[in-house]
Design a protein around this ligand. Structure first.
Ligand code: ASP
Length: 408
Protein backbone atom coordinates (compact mmCIF):
# COMPACT_ATOMS: atom_id res chain seq x y z
CA UNK A 1 0.00 0.00 0.00
CA UNK A 2 1.24 3.47 -0.81
CA UNK A 3 2.14 5.45 2.29
CA UNK A 4 0.16 8.66 2.73
CA UNK A 5 2.51 11.64 2.81
CA UNK A 6 3.08 13.23 6.19
CA UNK A 7 1.41 16.57 5.44
CA UNK A 8 -1.74 14.79 4.31
CA UNK A 9 -1.69 12.69 7.45
CA UNK A 10 -1.43 15.89 9.50
CA UNK A 11 -4.25 17.57 7.59
CA UNK A 12 -6.50 14.55 8.10
CA UNK A 13 -5.54 14.50 11.80
CA UNK A 14 -6.39 18.20 12.04
CA UNK A 15 -9.86 17.71 10.55
CA UNK A 16 -10.52 14.63 12.70
CA UNK A 17 -9.33 16.58 15.75
CA UNK A 18 -11.80 19.40 15.02
CA UNK A 19 -14.67 16.92 14.62
CA UNK A 20 -13.68 15.02 17.75
CA UNK A 21 -13.48 18.25 19.77
CA UNK A 22 -16.92 19.36 18.56
CA UNK A 23 -18.77 16.09 18.98
CA UNK A 24 -17.02 14.50 21.95
CA UNK A 25 -15.80 17.43 24.08
CA UNK A 26 -16.05 15.30 27.21
CA UNK A 27 -13.71 12.68 25.77
CA UNK A 28 -10.76 14.98 25.06
CA UNK A 29 -9.53 14.34 28.59
CA UNK A 30 -8.61 10.85 27.41
CA UNK A 31 -6.60 11.99 24.40
CA UNK A 32 -4.90 15.07 25.88
CA UNK A 33 -1.85 13.07 27.00
CA UNK A 34 -0.96 12.29 23.39
CA UNK A 35 -0.69 16.00 22.62
CA UNK A 36 1.30 16.56 25.80
CA UNK A 37 3.74 13.79 24.90
CA UNK A 38 4.22 15.22 21.43
CA UNK A 39 4.83 18.76 22.70
CA UNK A 40 7.21 17.47 25.37
CA UNK A 41 9.15 15.62 22.67
CA UNK A 42 9.45 18.78 20.59
CA UNK A 43 10.42 20.89 23.57
CA UNK A 44 12.98 18.29 24.62
CA UNK A 45 14.78 18.63 21.31
CA UNK A 46 14.61 22.44 20.82
CA UNK A 47 17.57 23.58 22.96
CA UNK A 48 20.09 20.87 21.99
CA UNK A 49 18.98 21.21 18.38
CA UNK A 50 19.46 25.00 18.33
CA UNK A 51 22.81 24.71 20.03
CA UNK A 52 24.16 22.00 17.73
CA UNK A 53 22.64 23.56 14.64
CA UNK A 54 24.04 27.07 15.20
CA UNK A 55 27.48 25.90 16.29
CA UNK A 56 27.84 23.69 13.19
CA UNK A 57 26.37 26.34 10.91
CA UNK A 58 28.68 29.09 12.12
CA UNK A 59 31.76 26.86 12.43
CA UNK A 60 31.25 25.81 8.82
CA UNK A 61 30.96 29.43 7.62
CA UNK A 62 34.36 30.15 9.06
CA UNK A 63 35.03 33.60 7.66
CA UNK A 64 33.90 36.49 9.86
CA UNK A 65 33.06 38.58 6.79
CA UNK A 66 30.72 35.91 5.46
CA UNK A 67 29.11 35.62 8.86
CA UNK A 68 28.62 39.39 9.02
CA UNK A 69 27.06 39.45 5.54
CA UNK A 70 24.69 36.63 6.42
CA UNK A 71 23.77 38.40 9.66
CA UNK A 72 23.01 41.69 7.91
CA UNK A 73 20.91 40.01 5.19
CA UNK A 74 18.99 38.11 7.83
CA UNK A 75 18.23 41.18 9.94
CA UNK A 76 17.28 43.17 6.85
CA UNK A 77 14.83 40.46 5.85
CA UNK A 78 13.31 40.29 9.33
CA UNK A 79 12.82 44.03 9.60
CA UNK A 80 11.45 44.47 6.08
CA UNK A 81 8.89 41.68 6.30
CA UNK A 82 7.74 42.58 9.81
CA UNK A 83 7.24 46.22 8.80
CA UNK A 84 5.40 45.24 5.61
CA UNK A 85 3.14 43.00 7.70
CA UNK A 86 2.39 45.79 10.18
CA UNK A 87 1.60 48.25 7.41
CA UNK A 88 -0.79 45.74 5.83
CA UNK A 89 -2.51 45.38 9.21
CA UNK A 90 -2.67 49.14 9.68
CA UNK A 91 -4.25 49.53 6.27
CA UNK A 92 -6.92 46.90 6.99
CA UNK A 93 -7.78 48.21 10.44
CA UNK A 94 -8.17 51.77 9.15
CA UNK A 95 -10.38 50.69 6.26
CA UNK A 96 -12.56 48.15 8.08
CA UNK A 97 -12.68 50.05 11.40
CA UNK A 98 -13.69 46.93 13.35
CA UNK A 99 -13.58 48.71 16.71
CA UNK A 100 -15.99 51.51 15.88
CA UNK A 101 -19.09 50.84 17.95
CA UNK A 102 -17.60 47.73 19.66
CA UNK A 103 -19.24 46.79 22.94
CA UNK A 104 -17.05 47.74 25.87
CA UNK A 105 -19.09 45.69 28.32
CA UNK A 106 -17.06 42.82 27.03
CA UNK A 107 -13.84 43.49 28.92
CA UNK A 108 -12.31 40.51 30.75
CA UNK A 109 -9.56 40.58 33.34
CA UNK A 110 -6.08 39.76 32.06
CA UNK A 111 -3.15 38.90 34.33
CA UNK A 112 0.48 39.73 33.77
CA UNK A 113 0.04 42.88 31.72
CA UNK A 114 2.52 44.96 33.67
CA UNK A 115 5.21 42.30 33.43
CA UNK A 116 5.61 42.68 29.72
CA UNK A 117 6.53 46.33 29.69
CA UNK A 118 10.21 45.83 30.57
CA UNK A 119 12.74 48.13 28.96
CA UNK A 120 14.08 47.29 25.54
CA UNK A 121 17.64 48.25 26.50
CA UNK A 122 17.62 45.75 29.33
CA UNK A 123 16.47 43.02 26.96
CA UNK A 124 19.47 43.77 24.74
CA UNK A 125 21.91 43.61 27.65
CA UNK A 126 20.36 40.35 28.84
CA UNK A 127 21.30 38.69 25.56
CA UNK A 128 24.75 38.13 27.05
CA UNK A 129 24.25 35.40 29.62
CA UNK A 130 25.95 35.55 33.01
CA UNK A 131 25.66 31.80 33.28
CA UNK A 132 25.05 29.85 30.10
CA UNK A 133 23.84 26.82 32.04
CA UNK A 134 21.12 28.95 33.62
CA UNK A 135 20.15 30.21 30.19
CA UNK A 136 20.02 26.67 28.84
CA UNK A 137 17.92 25.53 31.79
CA UNK A 138 15.52 28.46 31.46
CA UNK A 139 15.30 28.31 27.66
CA UNK A 140 16.51 31.92 27.24
CA UNK A 141 16.68 31.68 23.48
CA UNK A 142 18.56 34.87 22.62
CA UNK A 143 21.31 34.13 25.15
CA UNK A 144 21.61 30.56 23.87
CA UNK A 145 21.80 31.78 20.29
CA UNK A 146 24.44 34.36 21.24
CA UNK A 147 26.57 31.78 23.02
CA UNK A 148 26.23 29.30 20.15
CA UNK A 149 27.26 31.91 17.58
CA UNK A 150 30.42 32.93 19.43
CA UNK A 151 31.30 29.30 20.18
CA UNK A 152 30.92 28.42 16.50
CA UNK A 153 32.96 31.42 15.49
CA UNK A 154 35.84 30.77 17.90
CA UNK A 155 36.00 27.11 16.91
CA UNK A 156 37.18 28.39 13.54
CA UNK A 157 39.94 30.40 15.26
CA UNK A 158 41.45 27.34 16.96
CA UNK A 159 44.56 25.50 15.79
CA UNK A 160 43.80 22.77 13.25
CA UNK A 161 43.84 19.76 15.58
CA UNK A 162 41.31 21.28 18.02
CA UNK A 163 39.24 22.88 15.32
CA UNK A 164 38.82 19.62 13.41
CA UNK A 165 37.83 17.71 16.52
CA UNK A 166 35.28 20.26 17.68
CA UNK A 167 33.84 20.78 14.20
CA UNK A 168 33.29 17.08 13.72
CA UNK A 169 31.88 16.79 17.23
CA UNK A 170 29.41 19.59 16.46
CA UNK A 171 28.54 18.02 13.09
CA UNK A 172 27.98 14.64 14.69
CA UNK A 173 25.89 16.22 17.47
CA UNK A 174 23.77 17.98 14.89
CA UNK A 175 23.21 14.77 12.92
CA UNK A 176 22.12 13.07 16.13
CA UNK A 177 19.63 15.85 16.95
CA UNK A 178 18.22 15.69 13.42
CA UNK A 179 17.75 11.92 13.74
CA UNK A 180 15.85 12.36 17.01
CA UNK A 181 13.84 15.17 15.39
CA UNK A 182 12.80 12.92 12.49
CA UNK A 183 11.68 10.32 14.98
CA UNK A 184 9.50 12.84 16.87
CA UNK A 185 8.13 14.27 13.63
CA UNK A 186 6.70 10.88 12.72
CA UNK A 187 4.25 11.35 15.61
CA UNK A 188 3.03 14.76 14.42
CA UNK A 189 -0.38 13.54 13.16
CA UNK A 190 -1.20 11.98 16.54
CA UNK A 191 -0.01 15.07 18.42
CA UNK A 192 -1.93 17.43 16.14
CA UNK A 193 -5.12 15.41 16.51
CA UNK A 194 -4.99 15.55 20.32
CA UNK A 195 -3.97 19.22 20.55
CA UNK A 196 -6.63 20.42 18.10
CA UNK A 197 -9.34 18.32 19.75
CA UNK A 198 -8.42 19.91 23.09
CA UNK A 199 -8.45 23.46 21.74
CA UNK A 200 -11.76 22.97 19.92
CA UNK A 201 -13.43 21.34 22.94
CA UNK A 202 -12.28 24.20 25.16
CA UNK A 203 -13.46 26.90 22.76
CA UNK A 204 -16.72 25.12 22.03
CA UNK A 205 -17.34 24.43 25.73
CA UNK A 206 -19.92 27.16 25.93
CA UNK A 207 -21.17 27.18 22.39
CA UNK A 208 -23.65 30.00 22.87
CA UNK A 209 -21.00 32.32 24.30
CA UNK A 210 -18.58 31.39 21.54
CA UNK A 211 -21.05 32.17 18.77
CA UNK A 212 -21.94 35.44 20.44
CA UNK A 213 -18.28 36.42 20.85
CA UNK A 214 -17.46 35.42 17.29
CA UNK A 215 -20.31 37.50 15.90
CA UNK A 216 -19.42 40.55 17.98
CA UNK A 217 -15.77 40.15 17.18
CA UNK A 218 -16.35 39.00 13.60
CA UNK A 219 -15.13 42.17 11.94
CA UNK A 220 -12.04 42.26 14.10
CA UNK A 221 -11.22 38.62 13.33
CA UNK A 222 -11.87 39.25 9.66
CA UNK A 223 -9.53 42.20 9.75
CA UNK A 224 -6.68 40.20 11.35
CA UNK A 225 -7.15 37.11 9.18
CA UNK A 226 -7.65 39.17 5.99
CA UNK A 227 -4.46 41.15 6.59
CA UNK A 228 -2.54 37.96 7.46
CA UNK A 229 -3.80 36.40 4.23
CA UNK A 230 -2.58 39.36 2.17
CA UNK A 231 0.83 39.10 3.81
CA UNK A 232 0.99 35.33 3.28
CA UNK A 233 -0.46 35.17 -0.23
CA UNK A 234 0.67 38.45 -1.78
CA UNK A 235 3.62 40.07 0.00
CA UNK A 236 5.69 36.98 0.81
CA UNK A 237 5.15 35.32 -2.60
CA UNK A 238 6.26 38.56 -4.30
CA UNK A 239 9.37 38.66 -2.12
CA UNK A 240 10.08 35.00 -2.85
CA UNK A 241 9.77 35.64 -6.57
CA UNK A 242 11.63 38.94 -6.85
CA UNK A 243 14.20 38.67 -4.07
CA UNK A 244 14.91 34.95 -4.42
CA UNK A 245 13.58 33.82 -7.81
CA UNK A 246 11.57 31.15 -6.00
CA UNK A 247 8.09 29.85 -6.82
CA UNK A 248 5.76 30.40 -3.85
CA UNK A 249 3.64 27.39 -4.80
CA UNK A 250 6.61 25.06 -4.62
CA UNK A 251 7.89 26.64 -1.43
CA UNK A 252 4.53 26.54 0.38
CA UNK A 253 4.00 22.94 -0.64
CA UNK A 254 7.39 22.01 0.73
CA UNK A 255 6.58 23.77 4.01
CA UNK A 256 3.17 22.16 4.57
CA UNK A 257 4.27 20.03 7.53
CA UNK A 258 5.71 22.88 9.64
CA UNK A 259 2.86 25.20 8.62
CA UNK A 260 0.15 22.78 9.74
CA UNK A 261 2.09 22.12 12.93
CA UNK A 262 2.44 25.84 13.62
CA UNK A 263 -1.31 26.23 13.14
CA UNK A 264 -2.05 23.37 15.53
CA UNK A 265 0.47 24.15 18.26
CA UNK A 266 0.41 27.98 18.09
CA UNK A 267 4.10 27.91 18.90
CA UNK A 268 6.93 28.87 16.55
CA UNK A 269 9.49 27.48 18.99
CA UNK A 270 7.83 24.08 19.21
CA UNK A 271 7.57 24.03 15.40
CA UNK A 272 11.25 24.94 14.90
CA UNK A 273 12.57 21.35 14.61
CA UNK A 274 10.05 20.69 11.83
CA UNK A 275 10.84 23.98 10.11
CA UNK A 276 14.58 23.21 10.03
CA UNK A 277 13.93 19.71 8.67
CA UNK A 278 11.56 20.92 5.95
CA UNK A 279 13.75 23.84 4.85
CA UNK A 280 16.82 21.61 4.57
CA UNK A 281 15.28 18.44 3.22
CA UNK A 282 12.40 19.69 1.08
CA UNK A 283 13.84 22.99 -0.16
CA UNK A 284 17.51 22.05 -0.19
CA UNK A 285 18.70 25.05 1.87
CA UNK A 286 22.14 24.45 3.37
CA UNK A 287 22.57 23.92 7.09
CA UNK A 288 24.85 26.97 7.08
CA UNK A 289 21.92 29.25 6.22
CA UNK A 290 19.04 27.43 7.91
CA UNK A 291 20.87 27.04 11.20
CA UNK A 292 21.44 30.76 11.36
CA UNK A 293 18.19 32.14 9.96
CA UNK A 294 15.61 29.79 11.49
CA UNK A 295 16.41 29.68 15.24
CA UNK A 296 16.87 33.43 15.27
CA UNK A 297 13.71 33.85 13.20
CA UNK A 298 11.61 31.69 15.52
CA UNK A 299 12.63 34.01 18.34
CA UNK A 300 12.57 37.47 16.82
CA UNK A 301 10.97 37.39 13.36
CA UNK A 302 7.23 37.26 13.87
CA UNK A 303 5.39 38.91 10.98
CA UNK A 304 2.03 37.53 12.03
CA UNK A 305 2.45 38.69 15.61
CA UNK A 306 3.69 42.13 14.51
CA UNK A 307 0.64 42.60 12.30
CA UNK A 308 -1.60 41.38 15.07
CA UNK A 309 -0.12 43.75 17.66
CA UNK A 310 -0.86 46.68 15.41
CA UNK A 311 -4.41 45.66 14.49
CA UNK A 312 -5.27 44.81 18.10
CA UNK A 313 -3.98 48.11 19.47
CA UNK A 314 -5.84 50.08 16.80
CA UNK A 315 -8.99 48.07 17.46
CA UNK A 316 -8.78 48.87 21.17
CA UNK A 317 -8.30 52.56 20.39
CA UNK A 318 -11.34 52.52 18.10
CA UNK A 319 -13.42 50.68 20.70
CA UNK A 320 -12.61 53.30 23.33
CA UNK A 321 -13.37 56.03 20.83
CA UNK A 322 -9.80 57.34 20.96
CA UNK A 323 -8.67 58.94 17.72
CA UNK A 324 -4.95 58.27 17.09
CA UNK A 325 -3.00 60.91 15.17
CA UNK A 326 -0.69 59.93 12.31
CA UNK A 327 2.27 60.44 14.66
CA UNK A 328 0.72 58.10 17.21
CA UNK A 329 0.04 55.52 14.52
CA UNK A 330 3.71 55.65 13.58
CA UNK A 331 4.52 54.92 17.24
CA UNK A 332 2.07 52.00 17.09
CA UNK A 333 3.93 50.64 14.05
CA UNK A 334 7.33 50.74 15.74
CA UNK A 335 6.19 49.48 19.11
CA UNK A 336 4.31 46.66 17.36
CA UNK A 337 7.62 45.74 15.76
CA UNK A 338 9.38 45.77 19.14
CA UNK A 339 6.58 43.79 20.76
CA UNK A 340 6.82 41.11 18.07
CA UNK A 341 10.59 40.89 18.53
CA UNK A 342 10.13 40.57 22.27
CA UNK A 343 7.32 37.99 22.13
CA UNK A 344 8.37 34.43 22.87
CA UNK A 345 7.46 31.72 20.37
CA UNK A 346 4.85 30.17 22.63
CA UNK A 347 1.02 30.21 22.58
CA UNK A 348 -0.58 33.58 23.37
CA UNK A 349 2.73 35.35 23.98
CA UNK A 350 1.59 38.13 21.66
CA UNK A 351 -1.48 38.90 23.76
CA UNK A 352 0.49 40.10 26.75
CA UNK A 353 2.96 42.03 24.58
CA UNK A 354 0.16 44.29 23.36
CA UNK A 355 0.55 46.19 26.61
CA UNK A 356 3.86 47.51 25.22
CA UNK A 357 2.02 49.10 22.31
CA UNK A 358 -0.90 50.33 24.40
CA UNK A 359 1.25 52.03 27.00
CA UNK A 360 3.40 53.71 24.31
CA UNK A 361 0.40 55.65 23.01
CA UNK A 362 -1.44 55.97 26.32
CA UNK A 363 -4.29 53.55 25.62
CA UNK A 364 -5.97 51.78 28.55
CA UNK A 365 -4.27 48.46 29.36
CA UNK A 366 -7.60 46.86 30.27
CA UNK A 367 -8.40 47.05 26.57
CA UNK A 368 -6.58 43.74 26.22
CA UNK A 369 -9.54 42.13 27.95
CA UNK A 370 -11.62 43.08 24.95
CA UNK A 371 -9.75 40.81 22.56
CA UNK A 372 -8.98 37.98 24.97
CA UNK A 373 -11.87 35.74 23.97
CA UNK A 374 -10.76 35.29 20.38
CA UNK A 375 -7.00 35.46 20.90
CA UNK A 376 -6.45 31.70 20.97
CA UNK A 377 -8.03 31.29 17.55
CA UNK A 378 -6.15 34.20 15.99
CA UNK A 379 -2.94 32.88 17.56
CA UNK A 380 -3.14 29.83 15.27
CA UNK A 381 -3.23 32.02 12.18
CA UNK A 382 -0.53 34.46 13.23
CA UNK A 383 1.84 31.68 14.33
CA UNK A 384 1.45 30.04 10.90
CA UNK A 385 2.45 33.32 9.25
CA UNK A 386 5.39 33.68 11.69
CA UNK A 387 6.74 30.29 10.67
CA UNK A 388 6.00 30.89 6.99
CA UNK A 389 8.01 34.10 7.00
CA UNK A 390 11.00 32.42 8.69
CA UNK A 391 11.00 29.69 6.07
CA UNK A 392 10.72 32.21 3.20
CA UNK A 393 13.63 34.12 4.76
CA UNK A 394 15.82 31.01 4.83
CA UNK A 395 15.00 30.23 1.18
CA UNK A 396 15.50 33.79 -0.07
CA UNK A 397 18.77 34.27 1.80
CA UNK A 398 20.06 30.88 0.62
CA UNK A 399 19.21 31.83 -2.98
CA UNK A 400 20.99 35.16 -2.61
CA UNK A 401 24.02 33.40 -1.16
CA UNK A 402 24.21 31.59 -4.48
CA UNK A 403 22.80 28.28 -3.27
CA UNK A 404 20.95 26.12 -5.71
CA UNK A 405 17.60 25.26 -4.14
CA UNK A 406 16.06 21.90 -4.95
CA UNK A 407 12.37 21.74 -4.19
CA UNK A 408 11.05 18.21 -3.99
N1 ASP B 1 2.17 32.10 19.36
C1 ASP B 1 3.04 32.94 18.60
C2 ASP B 1 4.25 32.17 18.15
O1 ASP B 1 4.68 31.22 18.77
C3 ASP B 1 3.45 34.16 19.36
C4 ASP B 1 2.24 35.00 19.60
O2 ASP B 1 1.53 34.76 20.58
O3 ASP B 1 1.96 35.88 18.79
O4 ASP B 1 4.81 32.46 17.12
Amino acid sequence: MRKIELHWQILIALILGVLFGIFFPAAVGYTAWVGDLFLRGLKMIIIPLILASIITGVANIGDVNDLGKLGIKTLMYYLTTSLLAIITGLFFVNIIQPGAGADLGFVNEVDGLEAATGSFGKTLINIIPTNIFNSLANAEMLSIIFFAIISGYFITRLPDNHRNKLTSLANAGFELMMKITSFIIAFTPLGVFAIIAGVVAEQAGDRGALIETASRMGLYMLCVIGALAVHAFVTLPLLLRFAGGISAVKHYKAMSTPLLTAFSTSSSSATLPLTITAVEEKAGVSNKVSSFVLPLGATINMDGTALYECVAAMFIAQAYGIELSVGQQVIVVFTALLASIGAAGIPMAGLVMISVVLSAVGLPLEGVGLILAVDRILDMFRTTVNVLSDSCGAAIIAAREGEHLKYE
